[in-house]
Design a protein around this ligand. Structure first.
Ligand code: GLY
Ligand code: MN
Ligand code: MN
Length: 464
């Protein structure tokens, strides 16, 4: 599955316009062994390769000549042995035509082309790799030692790719909406299954199956736990107990590999206690007010700080925080409860383009990363533009180890009511995450709305 050929041809044209000169080398991914060489993980193509060259098979490489405006696909035609195991396959030239590339050559020719260019003193631009196999491939192709591969990656290419991939076109927006619609099925199913006595993996397995049956694999390993205070909890062995909250952070990939990333938090058994509801409403307000404030020109850092203030002020109303809210947030006291960022870009990667460098994707000359615990973990700080798609995912967590550490250090005793916090040690955590498109004048929450108001969730959980 892929977009029309002209979509990829136009993207390559735009890349050429955005860069000065030389060759761009975009390596597709190879297969990755799981427990022995021929038993591989589910194949996942590199996202930048998908963006510019669309093809979803292993062992391909794309080259764009920035000076004579030509592009090449390198890859091998299958032989009869491959056909016996894999079935008939299109030829390389047929594949290349699907993405508007005219010139193809066997993979064995790639080193020659690159060597010739290097000999002429031409720059080979490549992106930072993230797999061992690709490091070795780049060492062999370019003669750069593995240790030097990241620092020799092209800053100019990174900036150009981030510039293009940050602004989603209509085809991409439609794909991400599909991915959220799959997440709707996953999350409403998880809500209905969240009954006392069931084991987390029974729910996690079913919703992973929904993703597979409707599009592709999940867009990241499912986080589903009654210990939502552990932010990325992949352990699915707990039995659901009455009185606990279940956090489900899960998304799907479409057949074209666009991602969704949604979090919902529900009370086991379907009824929020008063204490749970009070904290839930604070997180929901942080989620909804920051969504409502989203528009071009506003920085994501300011949305993050807005969420932090809503959380601090809500916790003050409950009695868990105290003192001046703005001062508490300025000093970072809220991060005991909200120790992560408000969100990140979303696209072909669930943390879109994170492999190209978080600071290149999320920050610029105007907005630089905070050094303060909590806000420092914000992946996207810069100004929003129409076409950006990103997540809004505030949370409140009671993390016993962090509470003990800060209390032991007498940290922020002017702002944190540790005596009351102690009573919440067994509370768990709450996160509410949606996927947002920045439009010309404002924003759009993507996909079919997934229940998130406390009463909507309770109503849905009654339907079994
Ligand atoms: N799914 C991980 C996150 O929300 O960033
Ligand atoms: Mn998530
Ligand atoms: Mn997320």
């Amino acid at each position: 599955m892929m977009f029309e050929a002209k979509v990829y041809a136009e993207r390559r044209e735009r890349l050429i316009s955005a860069m000065s000169g030389g060759l761009v080398l975009i390596l597709g991914n190879p297969e990755a062994p799981y427990n022995y060489p021929a038993n591989t993980y589910h194949f996942r193509q590199d996202s930048s390769f998908l963006y510019f060259f669309g093809l979803d098979q292993p062992d391909l490489a794309g080259v764009i000549d920035l000076d004579d405006h030509t592009d090449w696909l390198f890859g091998d035609d299958v032989d009869i042995d491959d056909i016996i195991w894999m079935g008939p396959q299109p030829s390389m030239s047929e594949r290349a035509a699907l993405v508007g590339v005219k010139q193809t050559a066997p993979l064995a020719k790639l080193p020659d082309i690159l060597r010739q260019a290097i000999q002429k003193g031409r720059r080979i631009h490549y992106l930072p790799p993230y797999r061992g196999e690709t490091y070795m491939q780049l060492e062999n192709l370019l003669g750069i030692k593995v240790a030097g591969i990241p620092s020799n990656a092209s800053g100019e290419l990174i900036q150009a790719v981030v510039g293009l991939r940050s602004v989603k076109d209509d085809y991409e927006i439609a794909e991400i909406e599909k991915a959220v619609d799959i997440a709707y099925e996953m999350h409403t199913t998880a809500m209905k299954m969240a009954r006392p006595g069931i084991i987390e993996r029974e729910i996690a397995g079913i919703i992973e199956g929904i993703s597979l049956s409707r599009g592709g694999p999940v867009s990241f390993p499912i986080i589903l736990s009654i210990h939502g205070e552990t932010l990325h909890n992949h352990y699915h062995g707990n039995i659901l107990q009455p009185g606990r909250l279940m956090v489900t952070d899960a998304g799907a990939e479409t057949t074209l590999h666009y991602a969704s990333d949604i979090t919902r938090t529900v009370p086991v058994g379907g009824k929020f206690s008063d204490r749970q509801r009070d904290i839930y409403e604070i997180v929901l307000k942080a989620n909804m007010d920051t969504i409502a404030a989203t528009k071009p020109g506003i920085t994501n850092l300011s949305l993050h700080m807005m969420a932090a203030r809503i959380i601090a002020s809500g916790l003050k109303d409950v009695g868990l925080m105290k003192g001046d809210t703005d001062e508490a947030v300025a000093q970072g006291a809220h991060a005991l409860f909200f120790p992560h960022g408000l969100g990140h870009m979303l696209g072909l990667d669930v943390h879109d383009m994170e492999g190209l460098g978080e600071n290149h994707v999320g920050y610029d000359n105007e907005v630089t990363r905070s050094k303060q615990f909590g806000t420092a973990f914000l992946r996207l700080g810069r100004k929003h533009h129409p076409g950006f798609i990103f997540t809004i995912e505030p949370g409140i967590y009671f993390i016993p180890a962090l509470i003990d550490k800060w209390k032991g250090e007498d940290k922020f005793t002017d702002f944190i009511n540790y005596e009351m916090v102690e009573k919440y040690r067994d509370f768990g955590g709450i996160r509410i995450e949606d996927d947002i498109l920045v439009t010309q004048n404002g924003h759009k929450v993507l996909g079919r709305p997934i229940p998130k108001k406390a009463n909507e969730i309770e109503l849905l959980m009654q339907e079994i």
